[in-house]
Design a protein around this ligand. Sequence first.
Ligand code: CA
Length: 131
Amino acid sequence: MNILLVEDDAMLAAAIRERARQEGLALDHAGDADSARLLLLDNAYSVILLDLGLPGESGLSLLRGLRAAYNATPVIILTARAQMSERIAGLDAGADDYLVKPFEFSELWARMRAVTRRSEGKTVPLPGCRD
Ligand code: CA
């Protein structure tokens, strides 16, 4: 599993990166929308973990642009904003799932497995299949 994390909170990004390393998952980190787009030009990701509140262009705007460009990479929104309107806007913009901060890493990994499984057309989880 190759993950793109788009998150401007350096401490949270470092924590997610460390946990991904422990799980043996490859992870690239972008701190804003422009850096994310540059990474997306050169890399194919299994899943994008997207913070909505980024400096400059918002995560929602980045997501809308990706979907408008027919980029179908699964997206999980990570947001501190628990308001239902934010979540609905994210899902309407093309996100596959969302997680409200603070979250448990075990739930994040489980949701990543679920959205990547769906994007690969596997609706039934395979026993022992972790990616
Ligand atoms: Ca943020």
